[in-house]
Design a protein around this ligand. Structure first.
Ligand SMILES: *Cc1c(COP(=O)(O)O)cnc(C)c1O
Ligand code: SF4
Length: 425
């Protein structure tokens, strides 16, 4: 394969996209006052089919559209924009709408650990064996997803950012907690950081030499938004990045990429395939995860194609999520029952090696809930969801199946009620 150098160009203006009619551009511009919009030349040149952009899954994933706000919200912003109201007033309106979009679902802010009474702001510790670390340089992404539950981190003025420059305190916290075996770098996307910056963090981990810390994970969408990070022919820094991964695995640590793919189209070109190959050459594993989204990937066929391609490329399907209640979720949400149906239709037609996936999963405030099945009671004709926590703040609560009353319309865990009475089947 021969590549030419490809420098990243970021866009948050859409004027130059000639295939989009003027009215639609204006709508994108208005919605992007509220929802963060960012794309880049790889997404535009490699992933989107511009002949059919209106229905293109990556276009919808990356470009906000007016249906992502309520009619009322849209009209308020449009009017304020047309009236050219003062900046400050405009920002106040935008922030008010953002706060209507449930910026912090599932109490994300409550899992911040403390070291000697000092809160570790760039860290979350919810499940006993793993901490999340939010390096301050990694709190953006190569492009932004319209559905993203971390969207408040990308818009300024909200003061909701959690991130921290100092990893030392986090490592000291890990040292004192022998149950912690994993650190997960997340964001944003930690792979927007240069290899020099990441290396600085990783070498702190090496120096700390904590016996019980065995696993490093990176949560990233860079394989689908900027694979050149991992291709030396394209990027001057790729060699250094891959070398760093190799150093981690050479230390005897397990390195896992939690790669975010929303659609099989993101895996079709040579660049992403070469990036996957190069990462795997370093001894790292790539596990894949994504939510089911109406208007983007809500069919069993799409998911079985996605898992089949992932397995063929040497990646390991890991999680399929139910979309969280945040941002423009009304546009993307699907009933839990429908997500379950998509899952069964997908897994039946994927090869056996796709069965590593746990699905569908909801990240609720108590933990990660796995929807195991839909159960019919032949005696009472009642119907139930069978679920279990695969992750819970309280580890004793995991892997215990329980029943919730079936509701064909429910889109989230808190809309369901638990079955308490004894059941005869
Ligand atoms: C999902 C998640 C993790 C990682 O969980 P795994 O099941 O090990 O992938 C860790 N912390 C939080 C807060 C999470 O939501
Ligand atoms: S890449 Fe991940 S963190 Fe970034 S916008 Fe998309 S979903 Fe959000």
């Amino acid at each position: 394969m021969k590549f030419i150098t490809y420098n990243q160009k970021n866009f948050n203006k859409i004027e130059y996209l000639k295939s989009i009619p003027v009215e639609i551009k204006k709508e994108i511009e208005i919605v992007s006052k509220v929802l963060p919009f960012k794309t880049n030349n790889y997404v535009i040149d490699y992933l989107i089919d511009w002949d059919h952009y209106e229905n293109d899954p990556v276009f919808i994933l990356n470009f906000p559209n007016r249906d992502m706000l309520s009619e009322k919200q849209y009209e308020m912003v449009e009017k304020a924009w047309n009236d050219k109201i003062p900046d400050e007033e405009f920002q106040r309106l935008v922030n008010k709408i953002r706060l209507q979009l449930n910026p912090h679902p599932a109490q994300q802010m409550t899992n911040i650990p403390k070291l000697d009474g000092i809160p570790l702001e760039g860290c979350q510790h919810k499940y006993q064996d793993i901490v999340l670390f939010f390096p301050s340089e990694g709190q953006t992404c190569h492009a932004h997803c319209t559905f993203c539950f971390r969207w408040p981190q990308f818009v300024k003025d909200l003061d909701l950012q959690f991130s921290m420059r100092e990893i030392e305190m986090v490592l000291e916290y890990i040292r004192r907690n022998e149950n912690i075996h994993e650190i997960l770098f997340t964001g944003g996307d930690p792979m927007v950081m240069s290899p020099k910056t990441i290396s600085k963090y990783i070498h702190k981990i090496f120096e700390a030499d904590i016996k019980h810390l065995d696993i490093i994970r990176f949560g990233t969408k860079s394989l689908s938004y900027w694979p050149f990070t991992f291709i030396p022919a394209f990027s001057d820094e790729a060699e250094e990045m891959l070398h760093l991964f190799k150093q981690i695995t050479d230390q005897g640590m397990h390195l896992s990429f939690m790669a975010h793919f929303n659609h099989p189209n993101e895996m079709d070109n040579n660049a992403v395939q070469e990036a996957i190959y190069n990462i795997r050459e370093t001894g790292a594993e790539i596990r894949t995860q994504a939510p089911v989204l109406k208007n983007i990937n809500n069919s069993g066929k799409i998911w079985s194609d996605m898992w089949t391609k992932q397995v063929n490329l040497g990646m390991i399907p890991y999680y399929m999520f139910v979309e969280r209640e945040t941002g423009p979720y009304r546009y993307f949400e699907l009933p839990i029952a429908e997500v379950y149906d998509i899952y069964t239709n997908a897994i039946r037609y994927s090869g056996s090696l796709a069965k590593t996936v746990t699905a569908p999963v909801m990240s609720a405030s108590q933990g990660k809930v796995h929807i195991m099945g839909i159960v019919d009671n032949d005696i009472s004709s009642e119907r139930y969801f069978m679920m279990q926590y695969i992750r819970n703040r309280n580890i004793e609560e995991t892997y215990k199946p329980f029943l919730m009353h079936y509701d064909a319309k429910a889109t989230w865990f808190d809309q369901l009620t638990k079955v308490k009475e004894p059941i005869v089947m």
